[in-house]
Structure formats: structure tokens, C-alpha cells
Design a protein around this ligand. Structure first.
Ligand SMILES: O=c1[nH]c(=O)n([C@H]2C[C@H](O)[C@@H](COP(=O)(O)O)O2)cc1CO
Ligand SMILES: [Zn+2]
Length: 159
């Protein structure tokens, strides 16, 4: 008999985005991205982190203060990392599962890469200009976006 309680594609890919986010060193927002082909093959993964070669322990992780001493100047966003990590793949027509709705800078990279759909978990910055600009860009370019509706199912991993 065919097994019934297997996870859906959406649970699988969002689950992987959530797992990937757990690698983040950012204390306030851990973000993960999972790019998937139209054939449901995983093309790339990324999370928010400092550029390669920067020592995490030497970088600022602050949100406020002198801009040069905040993380915002340096951290590479999850979506951008996922796109850059997939330099050898064609992302045309792909979709991306993200644990946080993309900012406008990531929206630009998403559009230029050919990704056609965003599935997002949190939308905690919905009313910020960066999210408003992203929606404007996605609406103009025909990139679809939809909220992920958690199934409520708990997945346990023993690692
Ligand atoms: O689209 C995004 N992708 C992404 O990786 N991030 C990262 C950058 C920062 O490390 C963190 C946001 O930090 P905070 O929530 O403290 O402002 O999330 C943030 C956004 C949108 O804000
Ligand atoms: Zn971003």
C-alpha cells in the first residue's frame, strides 16, 4: 500500500529553507532560501551571512548605531546568496521558497535571474518601503508571490 503521510513539495522545500536558515549567525532574523526548478529539483540554497572570507567573529551583528558598525552594511541576504551559489544553473522559470519576504535588493536579483515565483513564510516587514518596492517590482514584471500556509505539522530530526 502506498504510504500516505509523506510531506508535500511545499512542506519539503519550505522545510529545507527553514533548516538552511538555522545556519545563520544573525541573532534577530535567520533567513533561508531554497530555489527549485519547474521539475521540483533543488537548484540552490542560501542563508543570510557575511561574505566569504569575513570572519563572523570580527563582523558587527548590531542593528543600530553607527551604520558602519551595523550588520546591514555587510551581510549578504539569503536570496542573493542562493542566486550567487547557483551561478552554473539556469534559474529561468524557477521558484524560490524563502522564510522572509524578499527586500527590494533581493527582488531585483530574483527578477534578473529569471525566477518566476516566490513562496514566503514570514512577511514581518510587510509595511516597510523595502517590501512595498518589492511588490511593485514583482507586480510589474509578472513575478508571482504567495504566502506559505504552514500545515502545522511538526517535523522532528535527530541529528
Ligand atoms: O530579504 C531579506 N533577506 C535576508 O536575508 N535578510 C536578512 C538580512 C539581515 O541579516 C536580517 C534582517 O535583520 P533584522 O530583521 O534584524 O533587520 O535578515 C533580510 C531580508 C529582508 O529584510
Ligand atoms: Zn534582501
Amino acid at each position: 500500500m502506498k504510504r500516505k503521510d509523506y510531506i508535500s513539495w511545499d512542506e519539503y522545500f519550505m522545510g529545507i529553507a527553514l533548516l538552511t536558515a538555522m545556519r545563520s549567525k544573525d541573532d534577530s532574523s535567520q533567513v533561508g532560501a531554497c530555489i527549485v526548478s519547474p521539475e521540483n529539483k533543488i537548484l540552490s540554497l542560501g542563508y543570510n551571512g557575511m561574505p566569504i572570507g569575513c570572519n563572523d567573529d570580527d563582523m558587527p551583528w548590531e542593528r543600530e548605531g553607527d551604520p558602519l558598525d551595523t550588520k546591514y552594511m555587510y551581510v549578504c541576504h539569503a536570496e542573493l546568496n542562493a542566486i550567487l551559489n547557483s551561478a552554473h544553473s539556469n534559474l529561468t522559470g524557477a521558484r524560490v521558497y524563502v522564510t522572509l519576504f524578499p527586500c527590494n535588493e533581493c527582488a531585483k536579483a530574483i527578477i534578473q535571474s529569471g525566477i518566476k515565483e516566490i513562496i514566503y513564510y514570514s512577511d514581518k516587514y510587510h509595511d516597510e518601503p523595502s517590501s512595498m518596492a518589492s511588490r511593485r517590482l514583482f507586480n510589474m514584471t509578472g513575478v508571482k508571490y504567495r504566502a506559505y500556509h504552514p500545515s502545522g505539522r511538526e517535523l522532528t530530526l535527530t541529528v
